[in-house]
Design a protein around this ligand. Sequence first.
Ligand code: NI
Length: 188
Amino acid sequence: MSILDIRVLGDPVLRKPTKPVIEVTDELRKLIANMFETMYVAEGIGLAAPQVGRTDRLAVVDVEGAKYVLINPRIVSTQGTRKEMAEEGCLSIPDIYGDVERPATVTIRATDENGNEYEATASELLGRCFQHEIDHLDGKLFIDYLSPLKRKAAMSKWEKAKGEYPGSIRKVRSEEKGEHHHEHETEM
Ligand code: NI
């Protein structure tokens, strides 16, 4: 397995819609394994293919041991009208956090690494992570949901930080583990 470079805000790949996966190949399974490895080293709970420079409609998620491979995922329903506000962060926008309002519970349908279709219903952090990753596959980022004022503040913070990532590339190394993270902050 290898650790992949993470593309950060500014790389156009993050804004491109992805292409449906036609076949689950060994090459794709290798990519999935590398994405999990990269996500764990970066201490994230979700990672979508565009974040490693790919255009496949694919993401991986591990929220407190609930591990999912999302190939061609889609949201099939949101239960009720209740929405919840919670803080989000993204491995592609390091150290920037913001409150995002999303439906509290969602049901998704996706294909796993063995080519089997499944359905999953989730709320709280897992449900939020599913929605955040599916957004990535549509070229959408959590900062798009922030109010104009909060988005402006986040962007000026990012303007100062982005110099750390030449070429919009974040090199993830195992020794940086823990460095960026505080107790309640979650990057996905
Ligand atoms: Ni993200």
